[in-house]
Design a binder for this molecule. Structure first.
Ligand SMILES: Cc1cc2nc3c(=O)[nH]c(=O)nc-3n(C[C@H](O)[C@H](O)[C@H](O)COP(=O)(O)OP(=O)(O)OC[C@H]3O[C@@H](n4cnc5c(N)ncnc54)[C@H](O)[C@@H]3O)c2cc1C
Length: 506
């Protein structure tokens, strides 16, 4: 049989593309290499003796547009976190910290004042994020449309010079000009580095920053109720009920395009034919299947640590752990820490001080821990590139874990190891994923969590104007996964756009 469309990759993007196309009346076959769907958006019972389903890889949602939820009738909810972030610090011989609410108010104002000794940084914060929101409100509605031009976006912003600050000037420089405190600067700039191995003075950091601030026009990161797997399971239901045929356990390693369509071949030698192909796995895997040159990309440079806790650890600063861990908890993420770690890591040396952030899902959504009485902690560390784990992998994985936990313990009354839940053999409930683990388990090239380096969410040259950002360079093949333009993150945006690009041509 020749399908109208074959979708390769059953992550959330593949499922969303397939559903849009099936709902538009196309015959759609989706092929996934694993025995389950969801890709990097799954829940998993990582510790079999404890009935807790952790979001194993991705864990927060901001970029998924409400329009996609509505269009496809997706039954999936997210919850706001009351606290945006807490950052512990040690200043003037005392443990202290910075608490920022989601809607910055009195508590945040007092916290900035107590930490920095004046209201200046608080006022700078409010001004900066108020301005960034105005860019988010202009860009967000264009994400499900053909790529807008820079001219068009600038004019919608009233030619505000803010455009240059966010899109053209290194974000590190902008933040140094707007804020004076090393810790406050670092808290702002971590959004420019999550999943991106770069200096804050490289424009790649601006791109990462934008993606973290534009979701649904607010940039709010919300907790997926039931964990990330709840999204994947619901998307599977939507795809099947829309008429998508799904085949699992089938890795595609050859793609043969011709003038009439595309033939693909699995590693086991099975062939499938389609008039069009949506590739929702990485562009690196597509290049290899086409036998063409692999695109250049940065190493993935993050460690994900999933933990189960008997109780939340007390903090030396005295702040209530339920407040501190409800939002993003920053560890060693002063601007100086971020740059020092990058400068060491880029020489393929593991930094002594590793920036990381932590968040507790179960405070906002206890449904994933059931009646276990446990808490979950998700830790995401930066500047630990894949290359470091190429040699002495086990020893380097142990070393990176030790250094990250030791950095965390600096601000805890009781070391994290003492509050970790245990298995019956006495082992601790903690799992570590290096970039190489991500490459092996879920095919992220070099562990790059976005499949490819992120690109600006608009046309950066005139030839792109009016394109959907899904073009692969080969007729009948569309990029619909994270590696497409405006891909990256749990968003469904590249999936929607690939489906629209295909439908608009047929
Ligand atoms: C540790 C981690 C934490 C993250 N945290 C967040 C977060 O909190 N919030 C957020 O928004 N984003 C986060 N991300 C990024 C986000 O998860 C990804 O960008 C997003 O899931 C990509 O979705 P996708 O559907 O395009 O690809 P994937 O989820 O990678 O799915 C691709 C699918 O294609 C399959 N596949 C690959 N090759 C083949 C082949 N040759 N043949 C057949 N099938 C194939 C894979 O098995 C996989 O199921 C995180 C990523 C990681 C790894």
């Amino acid at each position: 049989m020749i399908y109208d469309v074959i979708v390769v990759g059953g992550g959330h993007n593949g499922l969303i593309s397939a559903s849009y196309l099936a709902k538009a009346g196309k015959s759609v076959l989706l092929i996934e290499s694993s025995d389950h769907l969801g890709g990097a958006s799954i829940s998993y019972q990582a510790f079999p003796e404890h009935d807790v389903r952790l979001s194993r890889y991705s864990y927060l949602v901001s970029l998924l547009p409400n329009k996609i939820i509505k269009d496809l009738g997706i039954k999936f909810t997210t919850k706001s976190r009351e606290i945006s972030s807490y950052t512990p610090d040690f200043r003037d011989g005392k443990d202290c910290g910075l608490l920022v609410e989601r809607n910055v108010g009195k508590l945040s104002e007092q916290s900035f004042n107590k930490l920095t000794g004046s209201d200046d940084e608080f006022l700078a914060w409010k001004k900066f994020y108020g301005e960034v929101e105005s860019i988010a409100k202009v860009i967000a509605p264009t994400l499900l449309e053909p790529l807008p031009s820079v001219k068009n976006l600038k004019s919608k912003l009233g030619n505000d010079p803010l455009w240059n600050e966010i899109c053209e000037q290194p974000i590190g420089q902008v933040v140094r000009e707007r804020f004076t405190d090393d810790l406050v600067r670092g808290v702002v700039l971590t959004d420019a580095l999550i999943g991106t191995f770069t200096s804050v003075d490289d424009l790649q950091a601006n791109i990462c920053f934008l993606y973290h601030l534009i979701g649904n026009g607010t940039g709010e990161w919300k907790v997926p109720v039931g964990g990330m797997g709840a999204l994947a399971e619901e998307l599977e239901r939507v795809a099947i009920s829309s008429g998508v045929k799904i085949i699992g356990n089938t890795k595609i390693d050859k793609v043969i395009p011709d003038v009439n369509g595309v033939e693909i071949e699995s590693a086991a030698g099975n062939n499938y034919a389609g008039r069009d192909l949506i590739w929702a796995a990485s562009p690196t895997a597509l290049a290899s299947a086409l036998g063409s040159r692999k695109p250049k990309l940065r190493d993935g440079s993050q460690i994900k640590i999933n933990m189960l806790l008997k109780k939340l650890p007390e903090l030396k600063s005295g702040v209530d752990p339920k407040l501190a861990f409800a939002g993003t908890f920053h560890i060693n993420e002063r601007l100086s820490d971020l740059e020092n770690a990058f400068n060491v890591a880029k020489q393929n040396i593991l930094p002594d001080v590793i920036p990381a952030e932590v968040y507790c899902h179960s405070i906002t959504d206890p449904s994933i821990v059931g009646k276990s009485g446990l808490h979950t902690l998700t830790l995401f560390a930066l500047h630990t590139p894949a290359e470091i784990f190429e040699n002495e992998r086990a020893a380097n994985t142990n070393l990176v874990t030790e250094r990250i936990l030791s950095g965390f313990n600096q601000c805890l009354v009781e070391p994290i190891e003492t509050v970790l839940a245990e298995n019956s053999d006495g082992s601790k409930c903690l799992e570590v994923k290096t970039p190489l683990d991500l490459e092996e388990e879920i095919f992220l090239p070099r562990g790059n969590i976005f499949h490819a380096d992120l690109t600006m969410p608009f046309a950066t040259d005139e030839s792109m104007n009016g394109e959907w950002g899904a073009q692969s360079g080969t007729p009948h093949i569309y990029l619909g996964g994270a590696g497409a333009q405006r891909g990256g993150g749990v968003s469904g945006i590249p999936a929607h756009n690939a489906a629209m690009a295909l439908l608009s041509k047929s």
